[in-house]
Design a protein. Structure first.
Length: 218
């Protein structure tokens, strides 16, 4: 994956600029490779399984390795990936800990459905596991890339959500909304309905209400 010719993200706090730029460089190149589909090889081929029992696809491993390489020198000390059994140390003197799913939804690769990269940053502690096994409220950055009809980045640095889109012409992530909000009303929702049988009664009741549409209580 080439990572040259990249313009830094607009509006990123200085201390997060280097890791965010590293993530964007890899996401940009992943976007191109994903768009090639089978022309780029058997990206959906099974190559193993991770600690959680999920099947690893070829692109899972490729993405993980690309993020590790790009993050060197970015200030990330600890790297916890869904594709690795153990926390990896990248920068010995780094102040940040990055949790990441390099490629979420890789089972969708061969059926041309959107997939993504999910990430979160914490303040690094001396203990690698303690850097991640902590309340989610201690996150200092959280976001995701989605590779679909558009390649987009949604991210928060603690104050509001910023929306960037990868321009297909110059391959740069450009800010399109610096204060994204959820509409008060919507006609759509998304949830993994295949797990319906495992949901608690309150979640089932809420989704059933949503499915009832304008004839239901919501």
């Amino acid at each position: 994956m080439t990572m040259t010719g990249y313009t830094p993200l607009e509006g990123v706090p200085e201390r997060f600029q280097a890791p965010m730029d590293a993530l964007c460089k890899v996401a940009r190149d992943l976007s191109r490779k994903i768009a090639l589909g089978p022309l780029a090889g058997e990206l959906g081929a099974e190559v193993g399984s991770n600690l959680g029992g999920d099947t690893q696809k070829a692109l899972d491993v490729l993405a993980d390795e690309a993020f590790v390489a790009a993050l060197a020198g970015s200030g990330v000390r600890w790297y916890a990936s869904e594709e690795r059994d153990d926390v990896l140390q990248i920068d010995n003197d780094g102040a940040l800990a990055l949790a990441i799913d390099p490629l979420d939804g890789s089972s969708n690769i061969d059926v041309n459905v959107s997939i993504g990269t999910i990430f979160s940053l914490y303040e690094a502690k001396d203990d690698p596991e303690a850097s991640f096994l902590r309340p989610a409220t201690e996150q200092i950055v959280a976001g995701y890339f989605i590779y679909g009809p558009q390649t987009a980045l949604m991210v928060t640095f603690g104050e509001g959500v910023r929306h960037y889109v990868l321009d297909p012409e110059d391959r740069e992530f450009k800010l399109v909304n610096a204060a994204l909000t959820i509409p008060a009303k919507s006609t759509e929702f998304a949830i993994n309905a295949s797990n319906y049988r495992h949901w608690s009664k309150p979640i089932r009741a809420y989704i059933d209400d949503c499915l009832a549409g304008d004839q239901g209580p919501r």
